[in-house]
Design a protein around this ligand. Structure first.
Ligand SMILES: [Zn+2]
Ligand SMILES: [Zn+2]
Length: 229
């Protein structure tokens, strides 16, 4: 049995194993990232190297994955994405059912543990015999998502709402108002909205009769926007 001990601190999402889930989704599931197409390599060696690199980053130390474990990591990332997708669409029932399926698949078996003078805390394990790295990681991530979805913070698993981006995030803001995966996507969206407003004003100006009241208003607004550009 391969153990991935994770200490849980209830005051912080980061300690619940949700951050590894976000990292897996954002690196290992294809789609869009911050305005660019996010593709996974096609050839098996590059796929394996990428999965290994991501797992090493999550673990905080170099790891060696088998070829099979690399592919399992990619599959795990896609499963985790489905949970985030359902939650971001407000489909909690489906998300919960999916998490339950994944808890079974990864044979998740959280255990209370106490060691090194620390108080009792939860370890996120897989009870799969000979659990490989991907299964152990899967158990850890899925238990973490189960804990989050089973708490009021569940609504805070999200996918970026910027154009051409579908990366995942955990909203740790006080009012739960986060919509974007990154400052980059926030600013891309602001710029796009600004340009759209300006384009509408230009069309309005072009279509209006000279001297009409709308012309003066649109011209003034356009000039204001131009100065901010
Ligand atoms: Zn521990
Ligand atoms: Zn984004």
């Amino acid at each position: 049995m391969l153990l991935v001990p994770v200490k849980m601190k209830f005051e912080s999402y980061a300690d619940r194993g949700v951050d590894p889930a976000v990292e897996l989704i954002n690196r290992l599931s294809p789609g869009w990232s911050q305005g660019r197409l996010w593709r996974l390599p096609v050839d098996p060696v590059s796929r394996h190297d990428l999965a290994q690199e991501v797992e090493a980053k999550i673990s905080g130390h170099p790891v060696t994955l088998t070829r099979q474990a690399g592919e399992e990591m990619i599959r795990l990332a896609c499963d985790l994405r489905s949970v985030f997708e359902l939650m971001s669409q407000g489909r909690q029932d489906r998300a919960a059912a999916m998490v339950n399926t994944l808890l079974t698949r990864y044979q998740a078996a959280p255990q209370l543990a106490r060691h090194d003078g620390e108080p009792w805390h939860l370890h996120f394990h897989s009870q799969a015999k000979e659990a490989g790295q991907a299964v152990a990681r899967g158990a850890m991530c899925v238990i973490a998502l189960a804990v989050v979805i089973g708490s009021p913070g569940g609504a805070r698993l999200g996918l970026c709402s910027a154009a051409n981006c579908d990366r995942a995030f955990v909203d740790t803001s006080k009012n739960g108002s986060r919509r974007f995966c990154s400052p980059n996507c926030l600013s891309r969206t602001k710029v796009a909205a600004f340009r759209a407003r300006r384009a509408i004003l230009r069309v309005t100006l072009g279509a209006a009769q000279p001297g009409a009241p709308v012309v003066a208003v649109a011209a003034a607004t356009l000039e204001r926007l131009r100065r901010r550009d």
